[in-house]
Design a protein around this ligand. Structure first.
Ligand SMILES: [Zn+2]
Length: 331
């Protein structure tokens, strides 16, 4: 066999053995040939947690995980120690790893990803993992683009806000609901009423009914997060129009910080479903004023006019107080 065919075959075998693409295997083998010491065994000392992460255990939404040995072998053996800042060499000194990981969250971080990694002399410190949750949660209204059904190039901009409300159920009990108010902020010259009518069509198609006779909206759900492990936004809510799936964030009608009252949280308790109210939509070509969420009479009036849509949707109260970030790496 000619020499280059031999080498190609070798590269293919190496790629298969280590779960690499051909190009990556080729790059690794080229690096080894350029550095005769490259093949010396790396002296990584991995903790159970770090080894598990490198093996892909518990990682969500990650399509493919490179085998840990291959990942470690691909890195230059020399490094600057993260603790003493002197040079280290994983070929001749025991070396530990620190990983900064983006923690999984179905709404804002649907992939568990490695943000960065550090190395240090094992003598200077052990392995560590830091789970980063500090994603900025938006404050205030969510702005949505609503494309025209007939002309997808044409779109309106909607401003969406959410209000936790309690509705008397007639038996002296308070039923928790989520009022989602919608306003057209850019109508692309078509007038707000036309867009609100289109929104109504889409919501009815999704399964929304009236306040009196709510529908079941397929794929929609509400997730309320308490004690989110980022210091500045501990409470937020996500109103989803599509299901949460690993690797893909849902379409959000609303995602943002909020602070419901304790009465509302107590009323919602361990409910598995919640009444989601959306409106106002247009009535006979007119755009009603957004309701005062505290005024239940006004809500019923709007409902009688046909300006509100409602659906029972799955509800999740996600208390994350047990998931505080692990301690920062040792100093
Ligand atoms: Zn060191």
């Amino acid at each position: 066999m000619p020499r280059h065919a031999d080498r190609k075959q070798h590269t293919r075998e190496y790629a298969t053995r280590n779960g690499l693409t051909y190009q990556r295997a080729e790059a690794q083998l080229r690096a080894r040939r350029a550095d005769p010491e490259h093949d010396r065994v790396r002296r990584y000392v991995l903790s159970g947690e770090v080894a598990a992460i490198l093996a892909g255990e518990g990682l969500r939404g990650v399509a493919q995980v490179e085998p840990a040995d291959a990942w470690l072998a691909r890195r230059t053996p020399r490094y600057e120690c993260d603790v003493c800042h002197r040079e280290g060499d994983a070929r001749i000194e025991d070396t530990t790893l620190g990983l900064v990981m983006a923690a999984y969250d179905p709404d804002i971080s649907p992939v568990t990803g490695m943000i960065s990694s550090r190395r240090q002399h094992a003598a200077c410190g052990g392995c560590w993992v830091h789970w980063a949750y500090n994603v900025e949660i938006p404050q205030g209204p969510t702005f949505l683009s609503l494309p025209a059904i007939a002309e997808p190039d044409l779109a309106a901009e909607l401003s969406v806000e959410v209000h936790p409300i309690l509705l008397p159920d007639g038996e002296g009990e308070q039923q928790p609901a989520l009022m989602t108010t919608v306003q057209v902020t850019k109508d692309a010259g078509a007038g707000a009423a036309a867009w609100l009518s289109q929104l109504e069509l889409m919501l009815r198609e999704a399964g929304f009914g009236t306040l009196d006779d709510p529908g079941e909206a397929e794929g929609w759900s509400v997730r309320v997060v308490e004690h989110y492990p980022a210091s500045y936004t501990a409470q937020w809510v996500a109103v989803r129009a599509t299901p949460a799936r690993d690797g893909v964030a849902p379409d959000h009608v609303y995602l943002g910080a909020w602070s419901p009252s304790w009465e509302w949280l107590a009323a919602v308790g361990r409910s598995r479903h919640i009444l989601l109210i959306v409106g106002p939509v247009s009535v006979a070509g007119e755009v009603p004023d957004p309701p005062d969420p505290g005024n239940v009479e006004a809500l019923w009036e709007l409902d009688e006019e046909g300006a509100l849509l409602a659906a029972q949707v799955p509800f999740e109260l996600d208390d994350m107080s047990d998931r505080v970030p692990r301690p920062e790496r040792p100093e």
